[in-house]
Design a binder for this molecule. Structure first.
Ligand SMILES: NC(=O)c1ccc[n+]([C@@H]2O[C@H](COP(=O)([O-])OP(=O)(O)OC[C@H]3O[C@@H](n4cnc5c(N)ncnc54)[C@H](OP(=O)(O)O)[C@@H]3O)[C@@H](O)[C@H]2O)c1
Length: 332
């Protein structure tokens, strides 16, 4: 097979450097299914991996990108055949195995998910790891009896990939969504995708007592750190906080008071390790009852492989909004 392009990350002289490279299929990590990529997308984790700002990649060189959608070219596993529309997110993909910023990917069959019938390859990546993570949040919140009656639902890091899809899906499910953001110019975007209220994170007083007035029926938190600590203090009795991210810090400085006096629950969300059957179930929900309604507004950019370094830089600086899809097959 002819050579193809990939965004490959190297460790050279103790520095992590990402750039376009020409590869053959033989250069790719092993797996039973070879996929011709249509689209990938950029997640915060990819920006950390592609620049070396975070220790994400576990071997070098490695193609970055934790998301991919495309068409099966060949499969040594009976579950898939040439021409199938498939996607891959999570597991070791783009972490310890060549990922989705590549014209071809080769992965273990266990990682491959059929793209649901009503979803296009583009939509699969507009949703990607971000949307899948929101579906996992919803499932865990529902399992723990979250309901709109518990009060307003707050989404932090609301203009980000996970945040914007969370605003969309939670509002569609009947929640009155408060979008917490650091971007003063994002009011229109956030209300257009379902937020009832937009709250500026820069005006919050985060250093209050262990319990403050309850304000939130529940939360999806992409930020961590002081914001997550503040959420624990301000969530109503029996509310749930789904802890997704660390864009604002990984430390959590709170007390047991919200948990033992208000019955607040902190739900850990780990999309990467989600078991296969449950993963298929959540992708089916994303094509049905959890289908985002505003993907046209949530996808703010479609870029090519060569644009990735600029996207990473902006994302790490907190300047991106919504989802950035990477169009990899020039015919798509
Ligand atoms: N647990 C999981 O399975 C899982 C899955 C996917 C992602 N994640 C994590 O979830 C987070 C969001 O991922 P993403 O792909 O949606 O990233 P993203 O698109 O970059 O969104 C992150 C958002 O967080 C806010 N933010 C950025 N820097 C901040 C800071 N210093 N303090 C407070 N807020 C800040 C910004 O929103 P505003 O400007 O609107 O405030 C930003 O848009 C990341 O930490 C990522 O690693 C975890």
């Amino acid at each position: 097979m002819a050579k193809f392009q990939a965004f490959r990350v190297f460790r050279e002289n103790n520095e992590v450097v990402g750039r376009l490279d020409s590869l053959t299929v033989d250069d790719l990590d092993q797996g039973e299914v070879l996929i011709k990529t249509a689209y990938s997308a950029v997640n915060y984790k990819d920006a950390l991996a592609g620049t070396g700002a975070g220790k994400i990649l576990r071997h070098f060189p490695c193609n970055a990108g934790v998301d991919v959608s495309g068409t099966v070219v060949e499969s040594q596993d009976k579950r898939f055949k040439e021409g199938d529309s498939v996607l891959v997110t999570g597991y070791e993909f783009g972490v310890d195995h060549d990922g989705g910023f590549s014209e071809y990917v080769r992965v273990p069959a266990e990682w491959v998910v059929p793209v649901p019938d009503s979803m296009s390859l583009f939509e699969a990546m507009a949703i990607g790891t971000a949307g899948f993570t929101v579906a996992l949040c919803v499932q865990r919140l529902e399992d723990n009896n979250q309901s709109p009656e518990l009060g307003q639902f707050i989404v932090t890091g609301a203009t980000g990939g996970v945040g914007s899809i969370a605003v969309d899906i939670m509002s569609s499910l009947g929640y009155e969504v408060v979008a917490l953001t650091g971007k003063s110019d994002s009011n229109d975007l956030l209300t257009n995708i379902g937020a009832s209220h937009v709250l500026d994170r820069n005006i919050l007083k985060l250093d209050g007592p262990p319990l403050e007035k309850g304000q939130w029926g529940g939360a999806i938190d992409n930020v961590g750190g002081d914001i997550l600590a503040w959420l624990t203090k301000t969530t109503n009795p029996w509310g749930n906080i789904a802890a997704v991210g660390l864009a604002g810090g990984f430390k959590l400085n709170t007390t047991v008071m919200p948990f033992i006096l208000r019955g607040v629950s902190l739900l850990g969300i780990n999309s990467q390790g989600c078991p296969t059957n449950f993963r298929h179930h959540l992708w089916e929900r994303l094509a049905n009852d959890l289908a985002p309604k505003h993907l046209d507004k949530i996808v703010t950019k479609t870029v090519r492989l060569e644009d990735l370094p600029g996207v990473f830089e902006n994302m790490l600086a907190g300047k991106t909004t919504g989802r950035t899809v990477v169009a990899i097959d020039p015919n798509e």
